[in-house]
Ligand binder design. Structure first.
Ligand SMILES: C[S@@+](CC[C@H](N)C(=O)[O-])C[C@H]1O[C@@H](n2cnc3c(N)ncnc32)[C@H](O)[C@@H]1O
Length: 248
């Protein structure tokens, strides 16, 4: 598929139109706002070369993880991977696992594919669509070993808090997709969001907090430190990691 077409398809399709019974367009609260953003030539080239190999188009039907990756292996899903820094590092460090990334920002998808090409990865697949729709319609229940949500948009203003992706319904959506014994790993540098995540997840049915004190865990070595986080560390900002296991 020519690149321009790939790009416009992805931009136009990051959300699917939804209608009420009277055919009126439903406006669901989403965890992102759509940004256009220019593609660098590196991102554009990567979309051209790598989308046919690693990109998956959205379709509202269940997919088969084994068929997508061409092998059976533990699956790690990362939601909102940004430019893909942590996702590509983890995929490169864990060739025995399958990594699946979802991001709505097209330049981020391009950047991720460019890094994946440089690392010569074969265990990564990406989608450019609202992760909520992908989870609801494409990912089979009990199919994921790990779900990662690193530095999700904090939506600082109180009137925007409803846009935060971590909500009770989201916690149950993730739980259904995890295998029993699988884990949901979140990280944020915004303390009020960390507290919100802790409250939502502590009240969510079917999970156990892996923190010794029933709050946060030290950053596991599995989560690479990104440039963004290193800058925060230099400025003295905190980061909170939470890991909850699906127990039932
Ligand atoms: C603050 S950025 C963090 C990016 C990256 N995880 C990092 O640590 O640098 C949050 C990202 O989540 C993406 N995002 C937000 N809601 C999403 C959704 N429902 N589906 C897919 N991506 C989403 C945004 O486009 C954005 O790139």
């Amino acid at each position: 598929m020519p690149l321009k077409l790939i790009e416009s398809t992805m931009i136009n399709n990051v959300i699917s139109p939804e209608y009420d019974e009277d055919g009126r367009v439903l406006r669901r609260v989403r965890s992102f706002v759509r940004r256009q953003g220019r593609l660098t030539s590196r991102q554009q080239q990567a979309l051209d070369n790598m989308w046919p190999k690693m990109g998956l188009d959205y379709q509202p039907e269940l997919s088969d993880m084994e068929a997508i990756f061409g092998r059976e292996a533990p699956v790690v899903l990362e939601i909102g991977f940004g430019m893909g820094a942590s996702l590509v590092t983890m995929a490169s460090q864990n060739p025995e696992k399958n990594f699946f990334g979802i991001e709505v920002h097209v330049p981020g998808v391009g950047a991720c594919l460019a890094s994946a090409e440089e690392e010569n990865l074969s265990n990564l697949r990406v989608m450019c669509h609202d992760a909520i729709e992908v989870l609801n319609n494409m990912i089979p229940n009990q199919s994921l070993d790990m779900v990662q949500l690193f530095f999700p948009d904090p939506w600082h203003k109180v009137r925007h808090n409803k846009r935060r992706i971590v909500q009770p319904e989201f916690a149950q959506l993730i739980r259904n997709k995890l295998k029993t014994g699988g884990a949901f790993h979140m990280a944020t540098d915004w303390q009020p969001y960390a507290e919100h995540m802790l409250e939502v997840m502590s009240e969510a049915k079917g999970y156990s907090n892996l923190s010794e004190n029933d709050d946060y865990v030290p950053r596991p070595d599995s989560r690479p430190v990104t440039k963004f986080e290193m800058r925060g560390q230099r400025l003295g900002h905190g980061v909170w990691d939470l890991i909850f296991e699906r127990v039932e």
